[in-house]
Design a protein around this ligand. Structure first.
Ligand code: NAD
Ligand SMILES: O=C(O)C(=O)C[C@@H](O)[C@H](O)[C@H](O)COP(=O)(O)O
Ligand code: ZN
Length: 390
């Protein structure tokens, strides 16, 4: 199984685009990255679907900007779009919302040749993929990610699902999309907070897999923060390449894929402890990247130089690096809901150097000792680099 990235002139008359292939045998698909791609989605989809009905799942923010254009592009190809517009944000990522999507599919008599399209961020993508995984025991879907988090991470790899009161993404299924269509131009309308949050997942790739990418981010962060597309597009492509490679190696997360969860053991705990009202996903991951590196150093797995480099880059991106006021017992309890946890043991992904991680359990006592010695809570600070937490 290999990963291939190529400059490809597609068989329809579009400009050159970057294509990353996710090689999963029968379930292989391509990730196309090209500014201005959105209006071409209709003809691309027409070549992928056997049916005519296409359910476009999106949220109110994204619908107001991109739904009309997408509908038009689909209708031009003789497809029959049905829009399903959800309330935006993490608090929508529930079984109830997934149920709403399923209701619409059933009412419109979607069949196994019908297709779902996720037009939006990771919340829309995760819900849509989950609905596609369980409706009629599985129908095809396509991802059109419109946030940085979704373009570099959530649209690729087939993790779909919804949150539970007790933990993030506790309910879900693996279901790969048929294609991922990334139009970086859509990032221009993204609120700044969402843009910055997405940088946490990008930094994650450098830490887990690519020291050269990490070093390049240290240089190009100012251009990324200005949304300079000449800096942004290579970062999206490299992120997709790394994620595709890892997913191809370990689709069902039995081993290597767990590294994609670096920063999420603490990050997800902070999100769920905040009732999905405080930190957004990327912000929580940004804190997780720094705090989990600090735990790794406390456990003797990496040097302080690694923690310092990660902290500096996270701060340079404008992300918070410290936790808000969260007690040790509640943090530990929330971490036990992590999907990597086994038999009451928290298993973490720890950096050993930039570009390499190790997967190991962390002892409750060691974690407690680290917490008492190292955790400096921010108290609802709103200042740059110290955005409030819970
Ligand atoms: N499945 C995976 O592998 C995976 C990976 C990473 C994250 N996730 C999940 O993704 C979710 C976070 O995704 P997210 O950060 O994209 O958040 P999100 O989907 O909530 O989107 C963030 C906000 O941006 C708005 N928005 C989206 N695109 C826009 C655009 N182009 N212009 C203007 N506004 C726009 C949305 O309406 C929303 O208000 C979390 O639930 C996380 O667990 C999943
Ligand atoms: O694709 C993966 O694998 C990841 O872990 C990517 C993460 O960035 C993402 O947040 C994912 O949804 C976390 O999954 P979970 O299994 O820890 O809920
Ligand atoms: Zn994530």
């Amino acid at each position: 199984m290999k990963l291939k990235t190529s400059d490809k002139v597609s068989n329809v008359p579009f400009q050159a685009e970057k294509v990353v292939r996710v090689d999963l045998g029968m379930r292989s698909y391509e990730i196309a990255v090209e500014p201005g791609l959105l209006p071409t989605v209709g003809s691309r989809l027409a070549g992928l679907t056997r049916g005519r009905k296409v359910g476009i799942v999106t949220d109110t923010h994204v619908a107001s900007r991109y739904l009309t254009g997408l509908r038009r592009s689909l209708s031009r190809e003789g497809l029959e779009p049905v829009a399903i517009i959800l309330p935006p944000g993490e608090r929508s990522k529930t079984l109830r919302t997934a149920g709403t999507v399923l209701d619409v599919l059933a009412r419109h008599k979607f069949d196994r040749q019908s297709m779902l399209v996720a037009l939006g961020g990771g919340v829309v993508g995760d819900i849509t993929g989950f609905a596609a995984a369980i409706y009629l025991r599985g129908i095809p879907f396509v991802q059109i990610p419109t946030t940085l988090v979704a373009q570099v991470d959530s649209s690729v790899g087939g993790k779909t699902g919804v949150d539970h009161r007790l933990g993030k993404n506790l309910i879900g299924a693996f279901h790969q999309p048929r294609a991922v269509f990334i139009d970086p131009d859509t990032l221009r309308t993204l609120p700044r907070r969402e843009w910055v949050a997405g940088l946490a997942e990008v930094i994650k790739y450098g830490i887990i897999a690519d020291e050269a990418m990490f070093s390049s981010l240290e240089r190009t962060m100012p251009a990324l923060l200005k949304l300079d597309l000449s800096a942004v597009v290579p970062v999206i492509v490299r992120s997709c390449e790394i994620k595709a490679q890892i997913v191809v190696e370990d689709e069902r997360e039995t081993d290597r894929r767990r590294t994609l969860n670096y920063g999420h053991t603490i990050g997800h705990a902070l999100e769920s402890l905040g009732g999905y009202r405080g930190l957004i996903h990327g912000e929580a991951v940004g804190i997780g990247l720094v705090q989990e590196a600090s735990v790794a150093s406390f456990m003797g797995l990496c040097g302080e130089d690694v923690v310092n480099r990660i902290t500096s880059l996270v701060r340079l991106a404008g992300l918070a690096d410290q936790m808000g006021p969260v007690s040790l017992p509640s943090l530990w309890e929330a971490m036990l809901h992590d999907k990597k946890a086994v038999a009451g043991q928290v298993i973490g992904v720890w950096p050993v150097r930039i570009g390499e991680t190790v997967i190991k359990p962390v002892d409750k006592k060691v974690f407690g000792d680290w917490y008492k010695k190292r955790v400096k809570h921010t108290k609802g600070l709103r200042a740059r680099n110290q955005r409030s937490i819970l």
